[in-house]
Design a protein around this ligand. Structure first.
Ligand code: D54
Ligand code: ZN
Length: 278
């Protein structure tokens, strides 16, 4: 498990491209794993969000605890969201119960679950997001059909998209994790317009479904001083509470958005129209 420390917005003007990418872009979640085929994890001190990736094939891969958690199992004081961002279904086993996760399906795993493992025949890719938890909510699967889709944007502004909320105040219950998937309509390229900041939460975007030669140009930074990150398929961007987040793809894509922090109110955002961005 690698550690990313929290950052101050005042540091941004001093960061060159590599420094910016090293702090806010997570490039290698699905590149194999720490122990060869294990779960790759990054612990961010921004709201103590842990993100991970695993592509199981063959023997099931266990979710192991790690030194920064100082806990005898990973979920001793944490909750977890799992999303299959792969191309085939896979299975997540929680304390002996199997949960089959199709593509773009989500499993919420409650605090205190002791044994979590991931299985698949190569096409499943499980994206993990975990936040600290003070109480136990039931482990529950969510499908796209149950995720109350919201349609936003317009073709004319190239941001027609559907937001599927899975883990949120009126959906799958959690302590602080809020998680969903956004799909762009064919030909629509902009996500999250107008861009926004939410001072009470950190957010992580995991872009997926992008062709190998395509990229998302992701905007971050303070609204009056934005920077960009060029993001490839299955890479994640950490947005601290002070950072805008939105992006434009050179080809079709979807993304998982996940937040942790002060509240689980999806609507608690401060919008910044593009004319106010610098
Ligand atoms: O705080 C909310 C998140 O940034 C996303 O849900 C926004 C998003 O998916 C979109 O508008 O395209
Ligand atoms: Zn947001």
């Amino acid at each position: 498990m690698k550690t990313r420390h929290a950052t101050d917005p005042g540091q941004i003007p001093g960061f060159d491209t590599d420094a910016l990418r090293a702090r806010f872009l997570v490039e290698d979640l699905f590149d194999g794993g720490d122990g060869g085929g294990g779960v790759t994890m990054v612990y961010s001190h921004e709201d103590r969000i842990v993100v991970g990736g695993v592509r199981p094939s063959g023997a099931p891969v266990r979710l192991e605890t790690a030194e920064p958690l100082a806990a005898d199992h990973f979920l001793a004081r944490r909750e977890l969201g799992v999303v299959n961002v792969g191309t085939e279904p896979g299975t997540v086993t929680v304390d002996g119960a199997d949960h089959e996760l199709g593509v773009k399906e989500v499993l919420y795993v409650g605090r205190g679950s002791r044994e979590v493992s991931f299985a698949g025949s190569g096409g499943a890719a499980f994206y993990l997001v975990s936040t600290p938890a003070h109480a136990t909510y039931p482990t529950r699967k969510g499908t796209l059909a149950e995720a109350t889709p919201i349609s936003l944007g317009a073709q004319r502004s190239s941001n027609e998209r559907t937001i599927y909320k899975f883990i949120h105040a009126d959906g799958i219950q959690s302590c602080q994790l809020v998680l969903g998937i956004t799909e762009l309509a064919d030909g629509s390229m902009w996500n999250t317009m107008p861009a926004h900041v939410h001072g009470r939460r950190t957010e992580v975007y995991l872009y997926f479904g992008l062709d190998p030669d395509d990229r998302v140009v992701h905007l971050m930074g303070r609204p009056d001083q934005t920077r960009n990150l060029i993001v490839a398929d299955r890479q994640a961007v950490i947005s601290p509470s002070w950072s805008v987040h939105c992006g434009f793809g050179t080809g079709a894509y979807a993304f998982v958005w996940a937040m942790g922090g002060e509240n689980t109110d999806y609507a608690d955002v401060e919008p910044y129209p593009i004319a106010e961005l610098r």
